[in-house]
Design a protein around this ligand. Structure first.
Ligand code: FES
Ligand code: FES
Length: 127
C-alpha cells in the first residue's frame, strides 16, 4: 500500500512527540485504542487560562497513518480553543493526509484522542 507524501513526511518527521506531566491541571490526556488493529494513541494538550491550547504532544504505537494523523492533529490544535479542538473531524484529517479507505480508522483514532484529551481537561479543571 502506498502512503501519501504528507503521511510519509509526518511519519519521518513527526511533530510534537512526547508527553506532559499527566497530573498538571492545565493538561488534558486522551488515550485511545483502535479495536480494528490494536494500535494505541496518547494525545495531550496544554491549555492556558484563556482556554487556548498552547501546546500538544503525542505518543502513538501504531501504523504510519496513525502516527501521521496524531502528528497533524497536534499541529492543528495549537492556538485553538478547547471547543474548536473538540470539533475536529476525522474526515478533515483523512482528507489532508489523503488516507485510503482501509486507513480511515487511523484518523478516527486521532479524532477520538483529541476529544478524550479535551474531555479529560474539562473534567479535571472543573474540580
Ligand atoms: Fe499494524 Fe496499525 S494495524 S500498526
Ligand atoms: Fe490501525 Fe492505523 S491505526 S492501521
Amino acid at each position: 500500500m502506498a502512503y501519501s507524501e504528507k503521511v510519509i513526511d509526518h511519519y519521518e518527521n513527526p511533530r510534537n512527540v512526547g508527553s506532559f506531566e499527566k497530573d498538571d491541571t492545565t493538561v488534558g490526556t486522551g488515550m485511545v485504542g483502535a479495536p480494528a488493529c490494536g494500535d494505541v494513541m496518547k494525545l495531550q494538550i496544554k491549555v492556558n487560562e484563556q482556554g487556548i491550547i498552547e501546546d500538544a504532544k503525542f505518543k502513538t504505537y501504531g501504523c504510519g497513518s496513525a502516527i501521521a494523523s496524531s502528528s497533524l492533529v497536534t499541529e492543528w490544535v495549537k492556538g485553538k480553543t478547547v471547543d474548536e479542538a473538540q470539533a475536529i473531524k476525522n474526515t478533515e484529517i483523512a482528507e489532508e493526509l489523503a488516507l485510503p479507505p482501509v486507513k480511515i480508522h487511523c484518523s478516527v483514532l486521532a479524532e477520538d484522542a483529541i476529544k478524550a484529551a479535551v474531555k479529560d481537561f474539562k473534567d479535571r479543571s472543573q474540580k
